[in-house]
Design a protein around this ligand. Structure first.
Ligand code: HEC
Length: 259
């Protein structure tokens, strides 16, 4: 009798798990797509800022003409070329959660450039701290604030320059995995983690590599100062520099609402 009861219990549990499992698998696939797009939009932000570095750093030139609107139009194009996805500022109000997150990131980054106009257009000053890492960090602050609890976007590294970007234990573990020989280059990694209080968070990291453009600040000779007066780390081209790191609420919000 007892045996049959236990057996039935297991069967029920098994059936219950099987019906939940595909749902969770679906969630994770959806979240991975979402996280990849959000990371790639930040990659596009970084790329557009990098493309204009000489213009921004020109001490002879006053008005740079690099308005928030110009930045957004270039950003949208760069992102569409990279992913095939169109994003607009209106998306920040979309009912679709992925569109809403992407739109919020776009608007956040635009605001950073709008708030930087005065410093950007200042004559007689070279380096103005308008570089990919700093625009990315400031964009992340605005995005985190706009989306609220459960959402986080940052850039991090084991050899972090700014303590605000320091990695947590989970990020260190993933960064070390990215550094391993054989880890597929450029591949992001998504994981559902259980927090101490039993709640869950979806975490995603996209590795960032040293390219020739990074060397003037992060390359050699190790210990020398770069244009931002920070110490060069002595990285070589192709090495892992760090990662974009994201947190999303789990289960995803759109699902939580439907329940
Ligand atoms: C003009 C100098 C400069 C260049 C070029 C540069 N960086 Fe940085 N990088 C910095 C500074 C300064 C910081 C600290 C930013 C902050 O205050 O958040 C930083 C921070 C970072 C961080 C965040 C972790 C940390 O150290 O705080 C990452 C990741 C990063 N850079 C990657 C790159 C990559 C990849 C490239 C090339 C594609 C690159 N950087 C090019 C100056 C530079």
């Amino acid at each position: 009798m007892l045996r049959k009861f236990v057996y039935n219990g297991f069967v029920l549990l098994f059936v219950a798990c099987m019906s939940i499992a595909p749902l969770y698998a679906e969630d994770e696939k959806e979240l991975e797509k979402r996280a990849e797009l959000v990371s790639k939009l930040l990659v596009s932000c970084r790329a557009i800022i990098a493309e204009h570095q000489d213009l921004f750093n020109d001490p002879e030139k006053g008005d740079k003409g690099f308005t928030g609107d110009l930045y957004v139009s270039q950003l949208k194009k760069h992102f569409k070329d990279a992913t095939g996805v169109e994003v607009s500022e209106d998306d920040a109000n979309s009912a679709d959660q992925t569109e809403k997150i992407l739109g919020t990131l776009l608007v956040s980054s635009k605001t950073v450039i709008e708030e930087s106009q005065q410093v950007l257009n200042k004559k007689g000053r070279g380096f103005k701290k308008i570089i990919p890492a700093i625009v990315g960090r400031r964009t992340g602050y605005k995005y985190n604030k706009a989306l609220g609890a459960g959402y986080n976007l940052k850039q991090t590294s084991i050899q972090f320059r700014n303590p605000a970007n320091h990695p947590d234990a989970f990020e260190i573990e993933n960064l070390k995995e990215f550094e391993k020989n054989g880890y597929p280059k450029g591949k992001g990694k998504g994981t559902v983690v259980t927090n101490i209080d039993g709640s869950k968070t979806y975490r995603y990291m996209l590795p960032l590599y040293i390219t020739s453009a990074c060397l003037k600040c992060h390359g050699g000779p190790k210990g020398e100062r770069d244009i931002s007066k920070k110490i060069k780390e002595g990285y070589k081209e192709g090495e892992i520099r760090g990662a974009i790191s994201l947190k999303f609420p789990y289960p995803p919000e759109n699902l939580a609402k439907a329940e």
